[in-house]
Design a protein around this ligand. Structure first.
Ligand SMILES: Nc1ncnc2c1ncn2[C@@H]1O[C@H](COP(=O)(O)OP(=O)(O)OP(=O)(O)O)[C@@H](O)[C@H]1O
Ligand SMILES: [Mg+2]
Length: 508
């Protein structure tokens, strides 16, 4: 096993007890404050504690040490005293590339580079807790493409690898059959654990060999891009034809008591996990959200110098849901097209332009996998443009069969990370909203150009501008759906103006 470093960090971190105490006081203050229970942003915490953003992040993250005085300030900000059981000295992290490559017991394969990494303190703290304290067997990181699942999995893995005898990272991107993937993993595990290199021929034999390793040793196995082996056509989270073995694999990993931890990253929640996960079980899922505006801005500034006011940054990063991949792509575009001027990017976005094709590719991949009803629901979410309840959505859907499948479709969309939920209301994250709207416009335009009837299944009882909508929503519907549609039609139909007049009347 890899020798442990003797480096000892100065400073202290919160114990779990201390972290819980601070979190409880913070939640109480969030509730009492007039923020309506909304979580304090890092900036708000920094003001309240009179500490720098960086220090607040370190305190909440519990993996990097801070001086005791800072912890006292953080506690005092919520009327608490820092008692001795609330802090401790940290185990030194081990996440530099050198160490990561130096040990033969750690096979990080093609894992992505995490040298530029912002925030995720709360997520890391939660995951560390699940892995190290609760000793969870199976943990799935879920989230939309580009949100940072793989990056977070590597970052965490590197921080905790010293706790394991062996670490194996494998991507399922190229969708190897499960037998081949198991052989590949076993080859490394058996070698690293100095066991006889005998790999059974059949799937069941390989599966039990892997479980044997997981039971008798403490291994960390990370399987990235699990969505690759999930079906595009059948129900969300189901394994593709011929890949059902992966479902069996994770079922067994979640069910059988063992000493190891298996991490999955996936855009969709694998079905096999549903019956296993729970607050009191050793199978957990973490849905990953975006970065906050402070970290989003730092990510942007990796690309160079940008100019914008605090408010402009906030609007821009919110617009992209803090998705790090989207932000990186947008940063590149903003630099090239707008000389780094954030206000110019925002002006462009206000016109409803969808400029960054790469983000479209990402979403197109997700879209291709949706069922007819899921598409119908997501289009309606785009037409509504603001959070709506299930009842409101049901009223939008035209056919009985769609209404009947609404619950299932919305559950699927949540699992696919395309739809977000706030209380009882469902909505699309801005990038998804933008993309869905564009697809909707393209679709109606195509149907009209092909002289079909307007997709009446979708729009029988409702014009694209809903009469029930509030004024400001009707305005945005006009701006984002009707106007682009008319412009597109003008280009497509050219002289056949009658269609457009018909449409204009129909829509207004
Ligand atoms: N916390 C972070 N700080 C800085 N950059 C980040 C962070 N998280 C992700 N990134 C960057 O964002 C990009 C997308 O991240 P990543 O590949 O981890 O996303 P993903 O959720 O795994 O996407 P996919 O579903 O496509 O696999 C990468 O370039 C990564 O470096
Ligand atoms: Mg990934």
């Amino acid at each position: 096993m890899k020798p442990k470093t003797s480096r000892r960090s100065r400073g202290v971190i919160l114990t779990l007890e201390g972290w819980d105490k601070l979190q409880a006081a913070k939640s109480e203050a969030e509730f009492e404050d007039n923020t309506g229970g909304e979580r304090f942003s890092l900036e708000e915490l920094s003001d309240r504690m009179s500490l720098s953003l960086h220090t607040v992040s370190r305190i909440l993250g519990r993996s990097e040490p801070v001086d005791k005085g800072s912890l006292q300030k953080a506690f005092a900000a919520f009327g608490l005293e820092l008692s001795k059981s609330y802090y401790t000295q940290p185990t030194p992290p081990c996440d530099d590339l050198e160490t990561r490559q130096a040990s033969p017991m750690y096979d990080w394969g093609e894992a992505p580079d995490t040298s530029i990494f912002y925030n995720r303190y709360e997520e890391i703290s939660q995951l560390r807790h699940w892995v190290l304290e609760e000793r969870c067997r199976l943990i799935t990181l879920l989230g939309i493409g580009g949100i940072g699942k793989s990056t977070l999995a590597v970052k965490l893995g590197l921080q905790i690898q010293d706790e394991f005898e062996v670490v194996v990272w494998r991507s399922l991107q190229n969708a190897l059959p499960v037998e081949d993937k198991l052989t590949d993993i076993l080859q490394f595990l058996l070698w690293a654990l100095r066991k006889e290199m005998v790999i059974p021929q059949n799937f069941e034999g390989k599966l039990s060999k892997l479980i044997e390793c997981l039971v008798n040793h403490r291994c960390l196995l990370i399987l990235d891009n699990f969505e690759t082996i999930l079906s595009r056509k059948s129900q969300v989270g189901q394994c593709r034809l011929g890949y059902e073995g992966y479902g069996q694999l994770i079922k067994l990993i979640g069910e059988v008591p063992h000493n190891s931890c298996v991490f999955l990253t996936s855009r969709e929640k694998p079905r096999a996990i549903l019956p296993l996960e729970g607050e009191r079980t050793k199978v957990k899922c973490l849905q990953l959200g975006g970065l906050n505006s402070h970290d989003g801005r730092e990510l942007f500034e990796q690309k160079g110098h940008f100019t914008g006011t605090e408010q402009e940054w906030k609007v821009l990063i919110k617009h992209y849901g803090g998705n790090p991949l989207a932000l990186k792509i947008v940063a590149a575009g903003a630099k090239e097209l707008f000389n780094g001027k954030i206000s110019s990017v925002l002006d462009y976005l206000e016109q409803g332009a969808f400029i960054f094709e790469e983000i479209g590719d990402l979403l197109e991949y997700q879209f291709q996998r949706l069922s007819v009803v899921e598409k119908e629901v997501i289009y309606w979410l785009a037409i509504n443009r603001e959070p709506v309840s299930l009842d409101e959505l049901a009223a939008d859907l035209v056919t009985f069969s769609s209404k009947h499948q609404l619950l299932h479709a919305i559950k699927s969309l949540l699992q696919r990370s395309l739809v977000n939920k706030n209380g009882e209301h469902f909505f699309l994250q801005p990038v998804v909203l933008e993309y869905t709207t564009q697809r909707l416009v393209d679709r109606i335009c195509q149907e009209l150009v092909e002289k079909k009837r307007i997709s009446l299944r979708l729009f029988k009882n409702h014009a694209l501008i809903k009469t029930t909508s509030k004024d400001h929503i009707r305005e945005t519907q006009k701006q984002h759906i009707i106007q682009p549609l008319l412009e597109k039609l003008l280009v497509e139909l050219g002289s056949q103006k009658t269609h457009i007049i018909f449409l204009r009347n129909y829509l207004s």
